[in-house]
Write a new protein. Sequence first.
Length: 80
Amino acid sequence: MFDSSEKSDFKAEILHEEKWIKFYIINEDGEPYQLNEMTIKCLPESIKGLYVSNTIGYNPLGWFSKKMVSKKNVRFSKKS
């Protein structure tokens, strides 16, 4: 599911409980975007994504929560 996200040039983060955490921006089909400069410019102002909220249990999909955020509240940075 997150293969395209791992190939991205950029990473997205949101502020959650006073910490910046990785945010996987997803499209209408639930697949994560491969982030590059053009993709970031073309994203809508309201973005849907996933973040890790719980790592208890054997089902990794249950570790994530969905959230709608404003594009201005997402920190984009180049991967090192």
